[in-house]
Design a protein around this ligand. Structure first.
Ligand code: ADP
Length: 200
C-alpha cells in the first residue's frame, strides 16, 4: 500500500487537510498521536525512560512526567538526544505497524516533523506539504491557541523553514485565504491522483 506523508508548519492546516482525506475514507496515522501514546500510562517507552532517566520521570499514573522532562531537555541537548533515541524508533515502528494494518486504498501519515527528522522522507512514497505564509500561521495559532505573536514566532523558528518543506514536497496544497470548499476541491484532486497511483 502506498503511504503519503502529510506535513506542514504549525497552523498551516495539516489537521484540516488530514480531516478532508479522512472524510474520503482514507486512513490516517498521526505520528503526534503515536508519540503521545508511547509515553502515556504504561506506554512502550516508559520502561526505558524509567531505567535511563530515573523513576522520578515517571508520574504516578505510569506516564512520562512531561513537565519534568520538558524542563530537563529544554537546556540539555544530550538529554534530548537520549530521550529521542528511546522514543523515535518506537514511534517509527508503531507508525509502520498502523500503516500496514490500515484498510484503504492508500494511507496518509501525518508527520509534522517530516522534514526535520530526515528518515521519514524515505519511508513514504510521496510527500504532501500544506503551505501558507508565516503571517497566516501566526494569525491562526494566535487565535487557535491563544498564544502571543512572539510565542508563535518562537515555535516557527524551531521548525523547518517554509522553503525546506516546499523543497521536500512532491505535492503542495496552498492554504492561505482558501475557503474550506476550495480546500476540499484541492484535496479531491490529490485524492484522485493518489488513487490512480495506488492502482498502478
Ligand atoms: P495544523 O494542524 O497544521 O497546526 P490546523 O489544521 O489545526 O493546522 O489549522 C490551524 C487553525 O486554522 C485551525 O483552527 C483551523 O480550523 C484553521 N484553518 C486552517 N485552514 C483554514 C482555512 N483554509 N480556512 C479557515 N480556517 C482554517
Amino acid at each position: 500500500m502506498i503511504a503519503v506523508g502529510l506535513t506542514g508548519g504549525i497552523g498551516s492546516g495539516k489537521s484540516t487537510v488530514a480531516d478532508l482525506f479522512a472524510a474520503r475514507g482514507v486512513p490516517l496515522v498521526d505520528t503526534d498521536v503515536i508519540a503521545h501514546r508511547v509515553t502515556a500510562p504504561h506506554g512502550m517507552a516508559m520502561p526505558q525512560i524509567a531505567a535511563q532517566f530515573g523513576p522520578e520521570f515517571v508520574a504516578a499514573d505510569g506516564s512520562m512526567d512531561r513537565a519534568r522532562m520538558r524542563a530537563l531537555v529544554f537546556g540539555d541537548e544530550a538529554a534530548r538526544k537520549r530521550l529521542e533515541a528511546i522514543t523515535h524508533p518506537l514511534i517509527r515502528a508503531e507508525t509502520e505497524r498502523e500503516a500496514r494494518e490500515a484498510n484503504g486504498p492508500y494511507v496518509i501519515l501525518v508527520v509534522p516533523l517530516l522534514v526535520e527528522s530526515g528518515a521519514w522522507k524515505t519511508r513514504v512514497n510521496r510527500v504532501l506539504t500544506v503551505d501558507c505564509s508565516v503571517e497566516t500561521q501566526i494569525a491562526r495559532v494566535m487565535s487557535r491557541n491563544g498564544f502571543t505573536r512572539e510565542q508563535v514566532l518562537a515555535i516557527i523558528a524551531r521548525q523547518a523553514t517554509r522553503e525546506a518543506r516546499l523543497a521536500a514536497a512532491d505535492d503542495v496544497i496552498v492554504n492561505d485565504d482558501v475557503a474550506l470548499d476550495a480546500l476540499a476541491q484541492d484535496v479531491e484532486i490529490l485524492h484522485q491522483r493518489y488513487l490512480a497511483l495506488a492502482r498502478s
